[in-house]
Design a protein around this ligand. Structure first.
Ligand SMILES: NCc1[nH]cc(CCC(=O)O)c1CC(=O)O
Length: 335
């Protein structure tokens, strides 16, 4: 599946690496178009097949977090591409030597979305309804709100997962890990951002308010990563800088700093959302027991809205949650 989609190769062009899923291709093309328009240089798209795309087992068996991002990062380091576009929430918070996040474009909707049959919402789903998600964070917060729900562990790309809900349009096979079983679930929970980027927002029956469901750190945001010293990165450096949104970068810096201080990965039952409010940054986070019976939820304000203050805010809020017993509650890595 490795290969070139467009043929704008040659001197003065840049190569943008992507995963092969429909969502990844959409996100990558949007970023590549913006960079090409701002820099005046043509691009080509390089598809990188990742381990996460070919393994159908549960995420927890894939040997840790970041499997989706690792192959793209390797391609950057190998010179297989010049720029990589990641979903920020899938990107491990440890920054590899030699790579930088050159842009965090303006974030899309951060909320999770319920896609239920027959227009149902979290309040109107019948007693004991089945809801599909592979995310311990979503499962725990769903159960905290509705302890009667039956959570079904599901995998695959957005279209595949949507196709599990009765009455939803058959999923286009977008390279998912399994064929959709038609209509065996009452609902699934997916990120609004991904659904909207794929034009599937009509299937959303409720945008889950962050007071009920805190999103994953970085949800709805993209990270454009590169090796800054390369010629191609230099070519588009001003375009990358122009694509960066400071508010988004501040928010995701705080969220990822919290996650890394908790020593938790993208599969941990941890939600976090930062927002810039006036000149200050506020971070809200939740750590859950996986059965949803216990939730630790706290928020903290930073005095200032700087990158340093954002990183510090994440560390301080994580410290408060750890002092409350977050590591034991969520079975995070021991300290
Ligand atoms: N883990 C897969 C993944 N990575 C990014 C998104 C959606 C887009 C985003 O949050 O930026 C999704 C799908 C989902 O969680 O529904």
């Amino acid at each position: 599946m490795n290969g070139t989609v467009s043929t704008a190769a040659g001197r003065g062009s840049f190569r943008v690496g992507t995963r092969g899923s429909a969502l990844a291709l959409t996100q990558t093309t949007t970023v590549a178009e913006a960079l090409a328009a701002a820099s005046g240089h043509p691009y080509e798209i390089v598809r990188v097949k990742t381990e996460g795309d070919v393994t159908s087992g549960p995420l927890s068996q894939l040997g840790g977090t970041g499997v989706f991002a690792a192959a793209l990062r390797l391609a950057l380091l190998d010179g297989g591409c010049d720029v990589a576009v990641h979903s920020l929430k899938d990107l491990p918070s440890v920054q590899p030597e030699g790579l930088v996040i050159a842009a965090t474009p303006t974030r899309a909707d951060v909320r999770d979305a319920l896609c239920a049959r027959d227009g149902l919402t979290l309040a109107t789903l019948p007693d004991g309804a089945s809801v599909g998600t592979g995310s311990p964070r979503r499962a725990a917060q769903l159960l905290a709100a509705r302890p009667d729900l039956v959570i079904v562990d599901i995998r695959g790309n957005v279209g595949t997962r949507l196709g599990r809900v009765a009455g939803k349009a058959p999923a286009a096979d977008d390279g998912g890990v399994g064929r959709a079983v038609q209509g065996d679930l009452d609902a699934v929970v997916l990120a609004s951002a991904g659904l909207t980027r794929l034009g599937l927002q009509e299937h959303i029956t409720e945008y889950l308010d962050p007071s009920i469901m805190l999103p994953a750190p970085g949800q709805g945001a993209l990270a454009v990563e590169c090796r800054p010293e390369t010629a191609a990165a230099g070519l588009i450096a001003p375009a990358l800088a122009g694509l960066d949104d400071l508010g988004t970068r501040l928010a995701v810096t705080a969220e990822r700093s919290l996650l890394s201080r908790l020593e938790a990965g993208c599969a941990a039952p941890v939600g976090a959302l930062a927002s810039v409010d006036g000149g200050s940054l506020r971070l809200e986070a939740v750590v859950c027991s996986t059965d949803g019976t216990r939730l630790l939820r706290r928020s903290l304000d930073a005095g200032a809205a700087s990158l340093e203050a954002a990183g510090d805010l994440g560390v301080r809020l994580a410290g408060a949650l750890l002092a409350d017993g977050a590591a034991e509650l969520a079975e995070l890595a021991r300290h």
